[in-house]
Design a protein around this ligand. Structure first.
Ligand SMILES: Cc1cc2nc3c(=O)[nH]c(=O)nc-3n(C[C@H](O)[C@H](O)[C@H](O)COP(=O)(O)OP(=O)(O)OC[C@H]3O[C@@H](n4cnc5c(N)ncnc54)[C@H](O)[C@@H]3O)c2cc1C
Length: 476
């Protein structure tokens, strides 16, 4: 194996993978160092793909999507076990890893399994799985080491009763009750997935609100639906202690309340996996959560030939954005001008029900003083929604009164994370309400919600021009 590369990458998650392929396509010699058992990172092994596979399995086996028609007691499989949930998970992960390994080999990206640390700003020492030490140098280095769950000392993690966000995927058994500490995206996703399995879930969050970047109207809808399903939501009080007593977890809150359950998921954030990188040898520092600061337009760290991308640089910490950051870093390192980043990218929360948003929230539009109009469509207003038996779900669109331009799209309910991309395209192409009014949508589809919501806003917008066509829209 050669000992000098054009680009060395620490970590094979979305950021590392995308940077590696981009640099390889530019004809560069690239080495990816990965300390895990297989390539793919948190995204493939403990984060995005496993949690979404678990969600899909739960929705399928529980018959969740059919309950609108057949009632809350409808089940596809009566006794769902932890083993049922894990079978599909393993198959999906194996497939993802195979695709990634093939992509690396097709593009000539070299992989070395082992743990990397800096010896100096251009040199890494890699301790391989076999315990050998390799010293390697590179023109450019990308740190794409990601994060690991935050595990404070006072939490009695035992892998059986008290689990972190990685351990929940090796679920020893399906609990009858679950406390989730932390109402961030990960906590909310798992809380609602387990609730769909009829596990009694209590979600605990020290702040008075959660998912604050989501439009308030959507959050009201979300909280209403969770309460209707008997999900306990305890906001505004921190957890002062967690204990395991008589085979149950007991969480005591600052306001004196106690929450008891068979299992507890501690999902109060993640920290950058930077503590063993010996970053000081590279002239770099981290913040209190182990994150590295970068120049956002180039992904360069304080040491300019060292880049960082993905979750290790912090917000927004998504696989989707990590990939783009990795590509940007590789392009910048090798002098390729990347296209300017789009103004708006979507957020997807794969809770049950799912939520997806792009563009400005109503609160933001108000803060900026933009005169706006709102269009709303309940998904049950679409014929497709009737066919699917949807009782819930909402799309909300915001338009500028002055320019008629789309300002934001906010969706909660079935298909939200797919539907959002229509809104994203119109938004980034600076489209107006007329796009939705003038175009024909497939019928019956959930995407028709766009037309219905646009017509709803059109009814209140100052008129110029012809009446809108209403073909195909039965309930508009
Ligand atoms: C439960 C959960 C659900 C999520 N769901 C979504 C979602 O639905 N959509 C979405 O877009 N994002 C989601 N995310 C976020 C997404 O997984 C991350 O944004 C993404 O994985 C970050 O990619 P990354 O490239 O920074 O590195 P990671 O995927 O974190 O991978 C980093 C890799 O670096 C390796 N590494 C670390 N240190 C070293 C070292 N010293 N030497 C060698 N290798 C090292 C690690 O072993 C790991 O393989 C989710 C995350 C979690 C935890």
């Amino acid at each position: 194996m050669q000992s000098h590369y054009d680009l060395m990458i620490i970590g094979s998650g979305p950021a590392g993978r995308r940077a590696a392929v981009q640099a390889a396509k530019l004809g560069k010699a690239v080495l990816v160092v990965e300390k895990g058992r297989r390539v793919g990172g948190v995204s493939v092994h403990t984060g995005t793909i496993p949690s979404k596979t678990l969600r899909e399995t739960v929705l399928n086996l529980s018959g969740w999507r059919e309950r609108g028609f057949y009632g809350r007691s409808y089940r596809v499989k009566q006794d769902i076990s932890a083993a049922d949930l894990l079978i599909r998970l393993r198959k999906t992960l194996d497939h993802e890893v195979e695709v990634l390994e093939h992509q690396f080999s097709r593009n000539g990206v070299k992989t070395l399994y082992g743990e990397a640390r800096f010896l100096d700003p251009a040199t890494l020492e890699v301790t391989t799985r076999e315990g050998e030490q390799r010293v390697l140098t590179a023109e450019f280095i990308l740190i794409a080491c990601g994060t690991r769950p935050f595990r404070p000392e006072h939490v009695p993690f035992d892998g059986t009763h008290v689990l972190d966000g990685d351990e929940i995927l090796d679920l020893p058994r399906l609990p009858r009750s679950l406390t989730v500490i932390g109402a961030g995206v990960i906590g909310v996703e798992y809380a609602t997935i387990f609730s769909a399995l009829d596990v009694a879930v209590t979600l605990v969050e020290p702040r008075e609100t959660f998912l604050d970047f989501i439009d308030k109207e959507l959050m009201q809808e979300f909280v209403h639906e969770l309460r209707d399903r008997d999900v306990g939501i305890r906001l505004g009080s921190a957890v002062t202690s967690i204990a395991v007593e008589d085979d149950r977890t007991v969480s005591t809150l600052a306001n004196g309340r106690r929450v008891s359950s068979e299992m507890l998921l501690f999902a109060a954030g993640r920290v950058g996996a930077t503590d063993r990188l010996n970053l000081s040898a590279a002239g770099l520092q981290v913040d209190h959560r182990g994150r590295i600061a970068v120049e956002p337009k180039t992904m360069q760290t304080a040491t300019p030939h060292i880049y960082a991308a993905g979750d290790v640089i912090g917000f927004p910490s998504l696989a989707s954005t990590s990939m783009e950051q990795g590509r940007l870093a590789a392009c910048h390192a090798f002098g390729l001008e990347p296209p300017p980043p789009p103004e708006y990218f979507p957020y997807g929360i794969y809770s049950v029900p799912e939520i997806s948003v792009v563009g400005m929230t109503e609160e933001e539009v108000r803060q900026r003083g933009i005169p706006y109009e709102i269009g709303v469509c309940r998904l049950r207003e679409t014929s497709r929604g009737h066919i699917m038996g949807l009782n819930n779900g909402l799309m909300k669109m915001l338009f500028s009164i002055k320019t008629r331009r789309l300002l934001g799209v906010h969706i909660i309910g079935e298909g939200a994370t797919e539907l959002i991309h229509i809104g994203q395209a119109v938004l980034n192409l600076k489209g107006t309400i007329d796009y939705f009014i003038d175009n024909t949508f497939n019928y019956p589809t959930l995407a028709e919600a766009y037309k219905i919501a646009a017509l709803d806003a059109w009814n209140r917008l100052p008129k110029h021009g012809a009446e809108p066509p209403v073909a195909n829209i039965i309930s508009a």
